[in-house]
Each structure stands twice: as structure tokens, then as C-alpha cells.
Design a protein around this ligand. Sequence first.
Ligand code: F6R
Length: 616
Amino acid sequence: MCGIVGYIGFRSGVAECLRGLERLEYRGYDSSGVAAIDTQGALAVRRAVGGVANLSQSLEEAGVVGKTAIGHTRWATHGEPSEQNAHPHVDCTGRFAVVHNGIIENHAALRAELKLKGHKFRSDTDTEVIAHLVEETFEDAGTLLGAVQQVVERLRGTFGFAVVYSEGEDKEIVTTRSGSPLVIGLGDDEVFLASDVVAVMERTRRVLFLEDGDVAVLRPDGVTFYDQAGAQVERDVTEIDWSAEAAERGGFEHFMRKEIGDQPGTVERIGSGRILFDHKGRRRVELSELDALLEGGTVPSRIAAAACGTSYHASLVAKWYLERLAKIPTDVFIASEFRYEEPLLGQTDAFLSISQSGETADTLASLALARETKLASLAICNVIGSRLTREADATFLTQAGPEVGVASTKAFTSQVIASLLVALDLGLRRGSVSHDEADAILAGLERLPTDIERVLDDEAHIEAVARRHANARAFLFLGRGVQVPVALEGALKLKEISYTPAEGGAAGEIKHGPIALIDPEVSTIFLATPSPTHRKLMANMSAIAARKGPVIAIATPGTRGLDTLAQDVIHVPHVRYELQPLVNTVVLQLLGYHVARTLGREIDKPRNLAKSVTVE
Ligand code: F6R
């Protein structure tokens, strides 16, 4: 995720911003920048691709100084990672500089409007509209505060941003948030700004958090807050007592746990701006990302997909969506196999590549093979500018933010939603999904962040279940239908972080072999949420219980028969069948996490594993 820092006071603002940006480096970024106001009131901006060290060198070479400064680390979402697209962005007159986190959903319309008024854009980012809007409103508003208050009224989306003005009599930084976190640190005659408390806590532990809709004016001697209605308000000072290391993880013990908790936000973000309404008020999707894939508007007759690990499991869920909703036959391959086989690919097929990092060697080699066969390709990827996004014809960015924990969590749920949106778009184009059905699924998707929150709220119970089973000799994860890939993913998550053998698969298959594993030391997790094959699944559960295998059932409240069969039941909210994989996955992530935690494993960096597998 992008990072914001700011400083106003008696020290070098440039040095303070660089220090803060270094503290945010762990979050991942592709470029960075700083804007400073010097003692003459002139604005200087420097930006650089790559590490903060590159930026530091550029600032030093240019001799940029100033006691008021803002800075940014960018994780690209709109426009390639490049110096031009790095923040801060500046208006036409070069007086206002802006750093921004989040997404301005209506940026295209605002850009068009501002261009008509003669504004010249220099980047592909959504952020730049803010700089031009501040310029546009400043004369009328008379103050930077007034301009920002007016600009916020025009913006849709989630954002946190900060602006500096080069000619202000009073040196100040004006900042505001709507959805993206911002924190202000209070020193003596100095004030710090950051999107993450870790960037300020080296200097001060007295902080104030902006609330949604707040606009704050930072001056060396303090901060003034205004609420959404423009009224001056007081915000409470919080004393931070976390260690710097814990703060990087948002106060959580592990990045993996923080990233599991990020999912209500990442799930919301992926739909935002992509779910539209038709003239009858029904929700629909029309993904501009698919334009390059559907040249001439022709929907592929078959889809082949190749990926690795968790992304392979997401591809299996994608197959289910593509076949059920878009009625397009889909074959999913393990990328390390696909690349060395002679897959039968037809000229009207399309190729789907799902990857968090976009740098996985086997996935890239599979894409290269598909491209040799001249297949149109779509990448579902979390990292803009990665090789996968550069080499595929079309890219759907999952925008889940950097994933630091080696075990993939939020990237998986974003990949699944991306493939659901692709399947709905293709289904609507082909007429295989009705507008009412699409509307109902998308309405469910809008409620999903709340459903996932409810799962997270049940963590204490999930942890207790995990503790009771943590010493199992092995785990079996079973589901039917769309829950089969969820079971595979649950097993992968648990085994990679706990080192306990775990197998996942189709519940109907157990009698063909896996049931031989069952004894009182092997725990079986059943994905027993409502489905067309629920009764069959319950029969599979009976078979395990009859052999004295401990059962953990994941089910919606009111599911019958569990009290006699399952040792533990974890309740999940009832959501549409298509969406249940997402809710159930979060339970399995928490279960795996707490089993590993109980066993004292090194969760964020499991032995023998790397976050990105760039070699064979
Ligand atoms: C498991 C995990 C891996 C990755 C796999 C592919 O938690 O993270 O299985 O999913 O290495 O990586 P990407 O998605 O970057 O291609």
C-alpha cells in the first residue's frame, strides 16, 4: 500500500520525510517522492523509481531543503511505476503539491472536466486531479483549508491526502481522510504526519488519528481539526505504547494475521469503481480491463489457466465461476506442468494467468507458451508493473496492497473476486447470466466485507478450536463443488505454516483412499455450508465420525445433524453459494494461523519458503 509522510517544524523536513519513508519501506513500494517548501517559499519536488535511497540521492543532488515537506512511497494502481507517476503531484502553476493514498473513483470524469478548463496533466495517476482541483478552487476559497474542503466534496472513493502550498504566509500542511488511515504526531514545536504510526513513533508517541471526513491543518505549534461539516473539532491524543516492530504489523503479532484482517477492506476495494448500475438500477460489471482480451467483442470459446500454489487454487475457483456463470469451458493447469507439456490450445481459446507477485517463474513460462500459440491472455495480478502485467494482453489488478507474510491470504480472496467479476462480465456479454442474477450476486459482494468482519469477530472461538486440534497428527480438509478448491487452499495454508501434514480435496473421494488415514489423531475439517450437495456431504461426515475421526464443521447457524457428528462447529454468516468460498476461506486462514501459533511456528517466514518463487 502507498505511504504518506509529512513534517512541519524546526528540523529539515526533507530529512524527516526520508526517515519516515524508510520506516514505511517494509510495506512495499515501487517509487517515492518528496515535496519541500524552502525558506523563500518556493516549492521543490523530487521523485524516483526504486528505493528511498534513489530519492535521497536525487534530493541531495538537487540541494532540496525546507522545514515543511510531504513525502510518499507509491504502490502503483493507476499508471505504471515511473518517475512521472510517482507522488507528489503538482498543479499547473507549480504552487501546490499533493501526496495521496487510496483510489479516486471518479478521476476520469474529473480529469476530462479539468482538461476542458485548460489544465495540463503530466501523469497517468488518479491523484493528479487533486492538485489541479486545489488550484481551481484556491482563488475562490482564499485558504488552503477552504480549497481542500471544497475539493473533498468533488471526490468519490477512498482516500487520504496531504497538500502543501508554496506561497502561503503561514507555512502549513493540510490533510484529510476518507477511508485511508492518517495519523498526526505531536512534538515540541514540530508536527509529523503519516499514513502509518510506525513512521512517526521514533520521534513522538503522542498521536492523533484523523477520523473519516476530517480535515486537519498542521502548523509547527499544533494541529486544528475540522469535521465533515466544516466545524472545528477536538480529537483525543493517544499515547502509543507498542514497539516499533509491532507497529509495522499494525499492532498484530504477525503480518499474516494483519493481512487476514485487511480483507474486509481489500474485498471492498476490488469492487469499488467496477460495479456499475444499469438504467433499471441493477448492478452490473463491465470491465475495461477485458477490452484487450475481447478484440472485436468475441468471447473466447474456451479458457486455459496455469498458475502455482494458492494462485492455482484461485484458478480452480475461477474455473467454477467461468463455467457456471459464463458457460465457458475452462481447464486449469499447474504451471510447472503446463510449461513442459504439449497442451492442446485452440486459436479461439484465451489464457488466464493468476499470480499475486506477477514474477513466478513457472507462471511466466506458461504465459510465454500461451503467447507463442497466439492466445489472447488475461493476468489477474496484485503487482502493477510486474513481468506478468507487462507480458499479458490484459491485466486485472487486484489492488490488495503488498502482502508481506509468505502465506498468501488477502491476495487469494482478491483473486477469487476478480475472477468472479470477469465471469460475470463475460456471462452478461454472452447472455448466460441474467441481469437480475448478476445484480443479486453483486449485492452479495457489497455485503461481503461485513460478512468477513463477522468471521473475524469470531476469532476467539476459532482460536479455541485450533488449540484443541493443534496437536493432531494430520488434517484433512473436505468440501464439494466450489468448496473443493477452498479445501485445497485450507490444507496448503495449514501445512505451510504449521508443518503438520494436511490434505485437501473432494469429500466424495474419501472412500476411494483418504479415509484410511482416519483415526482419533487426524482432524477433518468439513466445509458444510449450504450447497446443492449438502446431504451428500453430511453422509461423508458420518463416515468420518463413525471411524472416530474428530470433525470440525464450518457451517451456517441452524445446520442440522452437526451436534452428533462434529466435535467443533464454527458458524459463518449465510451468503450466496457463489460467495461462500470467500467467507469460508477466512475461517480456514484463521484456523491455520492459530494452529501454527499454538505450535510456536515462525508464521511469517515458514522454513524453506520464499514469498516470490522467481526460479524453477
Ligand atoms: C502459498 C503461497 C504460494 C503462492 C505461489 C504462487 O500461501 O503464497 O503458494 O501462491 O508461490 O505465487 P504467485 O501468486 O506470486 O504467483
